[in-house]
Write a protein that binds this ligand. Structure first.
Ligand code: SME
Length: 164
């Protein structure tokens, strides 16, 4: 049984979350299993989310395709020029949107979503997947959330997508 000890209101939240996610995937090489558990862990550790999950880059189709997630069913395919996820994919950068209604091209999968944080997972300089977090609260994600989660996800990506 897994127990989530990371408390969002604790000063060491991100440090604990980092350690917990690291041990969550240790010893398990299956990508889908690891992405599923990471999406669940984040969904339960971070308050005020309505969606947490991954889109994986599909080279053959030239699109992001829905991967493991928590939340309502979501759009399955996202072209790289579309949405917040596409912006993160094409820029290779974390994209934070405080008000999704003000983001041109935002793709509304769950009408409840009001703010969004998307973080790319890279193998070297190639984006292999993105982590998408949605919240029903405008401005849910702080600068610190974005910076700390980016660091955590960058570290996870080196283990999930090791250099060939
Ligand atoms: N809102 C995203 C689409 C994915 S869902 O939120 C799960 C976007 O604009 O790319």
């Amino acid at each position: 049984m897994w127990i989530i000890n990371a408390r969002y209101d604790s000063p060491d939240f991100f440090e604990t979350l980092d350690r917990e996610l690291d041990s969550l995937i240790t010893g398990e090489p299956n990508l889908v299993a690891n992405l599923a558990n990471i999406s669940s862990w984040i969904y339960h550790a971070l308050p005020d989310l309505n969606w947490s999950g991954f889109y994986l880059w599909n080279e053959a189709d030239g699109e992001l395709v829905l991967g493991p997630f928590q939340g309502l069913p979501a759009c399955i395919r996202i072209r790289p020029e579309r949405g917040v996820c596409g912006r993160s994919y094409t820029s290779g950068q974390t994209v934070r949107v405080d008000d999704v209604h003000a983001f041109p091209g935002h793709i509304a999968c769950d009408a409840a979503s009001r703010s969004e944080l998307v973080i790319p997972l890279k193998q070297g300089s190639t984006v292999k997947a993105i982590l998408d977090l949605d919240s029903p609260t405008p401005g849910r994600f702080s600068d610190r959330d974005a910076a700390e989660l980016t660091k955590i996800v960058e570290r996870l990506a080196t283990r999930l997508f090791p250099a060939p």
